[in-house]
Design a protein around this ligand. Structure first.
Ligand code: TA6
Length: 322
């Protein structure tokens, strides 16, 4: 846990605060000197809030979210590990999202670029319990660093190490729920012509043409071999989210739409209109780690004002810029 400039908790400086959240669950609040912030529950290492310098919430969390183990929190950024969805013997999306993580004050060193100056971050650790080893018999150390950058960017870096005597294999996703003003007005750019597995059609592989993904019904697709940058354009908010990722070749796009939303107990009936999941993931190619090996997967989110060109949002400017 650290700020790299100033540890004071006054509003004019960066800070890391450990406090109690809903139902007395421990949470960490990261505050960046220019006003952006993020909140992380130790339950699930779950990011539940990411606000820009104006204090606007950028992540969606359901008004019906249940902050009570063992139910995972609906919204924010659930961590799907060691299994995405039902692609294996475990509960859906694995167990990392409903375990209690700990804060690790002094984790093994990160590469220098992850630890750059003027960042505020917290390091979390998950190790399997005896009970976990009964359902997934593999020892591991999972380190997650949640970082808020000077421009309010939110970076999640996962490092998973095999501490077992035999190899293991896993799938993974940052199941990010973005807050959007109106799903019908949202476009996702950067995935539109790629192969995907359609979860609504037995995960059959297909492709579409078009200049963007738009939404007018339920979508649940795993896009494969995706670029390292994806843009989500919120027309009404004039805001573009940029997802940058590393070590995570796939990208899941999910919106449950009206019928499925009604069937999800911890999601309001109309809340599907204000959320969109775009999830940096590795699903098609599961990761296998030999004893002692470590895997790294990074997702970086930024929110920028959308630029206009003849009345149209111009995502290319966003996708082309670094
Ligand atoms: O990532 C998309 C997905 O796997 C969907 O199939 C959908 O069911 C969603 O995740 C939510 O899963 P959850 O277990 O959190 O209800």
């Amino acid at each position: 846990m650290s700020t790299t400039d100033n540890k004071s908790s006054s509003s004019s400086s960066s800070s890391v605060e450990i406090t109690k959240g809903i139902n007395g669950l421990d949470k960490v609040i990261l505050r960046e000197i220019h006003g952006s912030s993020a909140e992380v529950y130790l339950y699930g290492a779950h990011v539940t809030s990411w606000k820009n310098e104006q204090g606007e919430e950028l992540l969606f969390v359901s008004s019906k979210a249940i902050f009570k183990p063992p139910k995972p929190i609906r919204g924010g950024i659930p961590i799907c590990f060691p299994q995405f969805s039902n692609l294996g013997p475990l509960e859906a999306h694995g167990f990392a999202r409903n375990r209690l993580w700990t804060i690790e004050p002094d984790p093994p060193a990160f590469p220098p670029n992850v630890n750059a100056t003027n960042r505020v971050f917290v390091d979390l650790l998950l190790k399997p319990t005896e009970e976990d080893l009964k359902i997934w018999p593999h020892s591991f150390e999972y380190r997650l660093r949640v970082t808020l950058g000077p421009a309010g960017d939110l970076m999640l870096t996962s490092r998973i190490r095999n501490t077992d005597a035999k190899p293991f294999t896993f799938t993974f996703a940052y199941h990010t729920y973005f807050s959007v003003s109106d799903i019908s007005e949202v476009r996702v750019e950067g995935l539109e012509t790629l192969d995907y597995l359609d979860n609504l059609n037995n995960r059959e592989r297909s492709t579409e043409q078009g200049d963007a993904i738009t939404f007018e019904s339920e979508v649940d697709k795993i896009y494969l071999s995706t670029p390292t940058k994806i843009a989500i354009l919120d027309h009404e908010k004039k805001r573009t989210f940029v997802v940058r990722k590393d070590g995570l070749p796939d990208a899941v796009v999910w919106n449950p739409w009206d019928k499925k939303a009604k069937a999800i107990a911890d999601l309001g009936d109309d809340e599907y209109k204000h959320m969109l999941c775009v999830e940096a993931a590795t699903i098609e190619k599961a990761i296998t780690l030999k004893p002692g090996e470590e895997w790294k997967g990074r997702q970086e989110l930024s929110a920028v004002p959308s630029s206009y060109c003849s009345g149209q949002l111009d995502p290319n400017k966003v996708l082309q810029s670094s």
